[in-house]
Write a new protein. Structure first.
Length: 210
């Protein structure tokens, strides 16, 4: 039991010190134990923090494990840390992100057909914020680029995998803004990340930005 308590404390410390989700295999390797035992201990830790109802919770996010702040304190924390940098998304960009999340992989033409307007500026903005990326090319004439969400998308929305997304009745009826985390602010403008190099965008998006 003493060895297990030590291992449990070690895993807790590793997770506390990491700013990114840590995969199960990496945690098992660091602790020197099998993945099965590691998962059992992690499940215990998740339950421990859930029952404690303190400031932290342990969650399975983006294929790994990470400590997050308890949502019950989000309002006061947002006020205290109001100067902390947060992503800004216009409603059109948020709608575009929702469609990509549920329909991926998807082309620009398919996005435009669903939204009824051009989505190029929105997709470029999402790529600059690392929420969306090019994931390949569709095997049709012209080989248009296919787009999908990123690991950063999962982290932003606190998801372990895409299957954890709420199931929509119809993509057009999504109210994705209701699912947006404190790290995303909804604005009226489509903004690019100022540190992003537009030259790295797929060619079909460059004409919208450059």
């Amino acid at each position: 039991m003493e060895d297990r308590n030590y291992t449990k404390g070690l895993l807790e410390a590793l997770l506390f010190l990491s700013s990114e989700p840590i995969k199960l295999a990496n945690l098992a390797k660091s602790a020197g134990i099998e993945k099965t035992e590691t998962r059992e201990i992690l499940d215990e830790l998740i339950l421990d923090y859930q029952e404690k109802e303190g400031g932290f919770l342990l969650r399975e996010i983006a294929g790994g494990y990470q400590f997050i702040t308890n949502q019950k304190y989000s309002d006061i924390l947002a006020h205290i840390f109001k100067d902390k940098k947060r992503e800004t998304l216009s409603r059109g960009t948020l709608d575009t992100l929702a469609i990509i999340a549920y329909k991926q992989p998807v082309t620009l033409t398919e996005l435009d057909e669903i939204r009824g307007v051009s989505s190029r500026a929105m997709v470029a903005s999402l790529i600059s914020k690392k929420l969306v990326k090019a994931v390949g090319q569709k095997e049709v004439p012209g080989r248009p680029t296919l787009y999908g969400t990123t690991t950063e998308f999962l982290i932003h929305f606190g998801l372990s995998k895409l299957a954890d997304l709420p199931t929509p009745v119809e993509v057009k009826e999504l109210r994705f803004e209701e699912f947006s985390p404190e790290s995303i602010v909804i604005t009226d403008n489509t903004e690019m990340n100022p540190d992003f190099d537009p030259a790295s965008l797929p060619d079909e998006l460059k004409e919208e930005i450059l």
